[in-house]
Design a protein around this ligand. Structure first.
Ligand code: T4K
Length: 373
């Protein structure tokens, strides 16, 4: 059994399989700047996703910034505060104003019924998050975007491997960003990708990740450096064949959690995999704690589990509208459901190769802390 039990652990391929790519790098001496492994990884991702355009980046956050800049987003962007810092910061760093919309209590994704009331003449885009890999209401969001001529940029950092209506989740909206950080279902150490269907975005997205350069003698755009290097691409190539195995293993642990925690009062679990035509990736194991029913607050439970060497996390607390850098500037966000989720939700350890004995240990420790079981 694993100890300490961390909230996650990166998947690593058999080392020989990574070495095979390292040997290629040593031979070619091509380390970065759209090298051969980078090109191969793009081709394999396009095939895996069934999406015609993929732009790779050094991390997911810079991919979000590039998407916003590449689509010419300015003014106001309607988004969710129940997310990691990156989503809201990307909007701000691109010079736009994040406008916080509340979330649905069922799955913590943006509440489409509240979006229209936040639209002003300055609104240019919606940036929803498939938080934990839970599917946003892509149909309603698309209807609103069409009605008001808004762009939709999905923060799909958690949703690599998810499919809806037989298509990759990245086929919805103008562009989707996947994070390939070490802590994600699929990793390239650090890394990210933009996936999109309209090839007219490709030129700008690619330029913005490479100093705005078009060719050796032409620099038509102002861009930074967000290129994925060959070592990252190698990890992606080595890990991609394991996606099915990774998801199946995470599913096994998730189902075990659901069974063992089912009868503990005050613990609410989520079943996004029950949504019709949705293939979920089992990215996180969020649970919501009702302190009265359970006998401890979420915060007290997170702390108590540490003494058992279990490191659950408060993803996502504080919600981004409560960050010091936004609270004063953007006062008055009306997001009661997100505030409540921020106070009550925690994510339990979940990773490839966790083993059911470790899941049982975590559940046992939680059970012992509950008020009456
Ligand atoms: N949008 C959303 C919705 C996101 O959640 C994220 C990132 C982004 C955008 C931006 O994507 P990236 O630019 O990161 O690609 C982690 C991740 O660093 C971050 O990628 C992720 N979301 C966020 C939710 O979680 P921390 O600060 O909580 O990570 P840390 O270092 O505390 O690690 C978590 C656990 O993982 C630890 O218990 C130890 C374990 N771990 C971690 C690393 C890095 C390992 O076992 N090995 C490792 O190499 O942010």
């Amino acid at each position: 059994m694993d100890k300490p039990v961390l909230v996650t652990k990166p998947f690593l391929p058999p080392i020989e399989e990574y070495n095979k790519y390292l040997n290629m790098i040593w031979k070619s001496r091509w380390l970065t700047n759209q090298g051969p492994l980078h090109q191969q990884f793009i081709a394999e991702l396009k095939e895996y996703l069934g999406i015609p355009c993929v732009t790779l980046t050094v991390n997911g956050h810079l991919a979000l910034e590039i998407a916003l800049r590449g689509l010419g987003i300015s003014g106001e962007v309607i988004t969710t505060p129940f997310t990691f810092a990156s989503t809201t910061h990307a909007i701000s760093l691109c010079g736009a104003k994040p406008v916080f919309c509340d979330i649905r209590d069922e799955e913590f994704t943006i509440d489409p019924n509240l979006i229209e009331s936040l639209i002003t003449e300055k609104t240019t885009a919606i940036m929803p998050v498939h938080v934990y890999g839970h599917l946003c209401d892509v149909e309603k969001i698309s209807d609103i975007a069409h009605k008001y001529n808004l762009k939709v940029i999905y923060d799909a950092a958690h949703a690599f491997g998810c499919r809806y209506l037989g298509r990759s989740i990245a086929s919805f909206g103008d562009v989707s960003m996947f994070s390939f950080h070490a802590t994600k279902v699929f990793n390239t150490i650090e890394g990210g990708a933009l996936a999109y269907c309209d090839p007219s975005h490709e030129e700008l997205f690619n330029a913005y990740k490479n100093f705005g350069i078009e060719n050796e003698e032409s620099v038509p755009y102002i861009g930074g450096n967000a290129k994925m290097n060959e070592f990252q691409a190698a990890m992606g190539l080595a890990n991609l064949p394991y996606m099915e195995k990774i998801i199946a293993d995470r599913k096994k642990s998730t189902l075990c959690y659901r069974e063992l925690l089912a009868n503990i009062p005050g613990i609410r679990m989520f079943t996004p995999d029950k949504k019709a035509q949705y293939i979920y990736n089992y990215a996180y194991l969020p649970v919501e704690i009702d302190a009265k029913e359970f006998g401890l607050t979420r915060d007290a439970l997170v702390l108590a589990l540490r003494s058992d060497d279990i490191f659950a996390r408060k993803y996502f607390f504080p919600i981004t509208s409560e960050y010091r850098c936004y609270k004063d500037a953007l006062h008055g966000a009306n997001v009661p459901v997100a505030e409540r989720a921020g106070r009550r939700v925690m994510t339990l350890p979940l990773y490839y190769g966790m083993g059911l004995d470790t899941v049982e240990y975590v559940c046992d420790c939680i059970r012992k802390k509950a008020k009456r079981v």
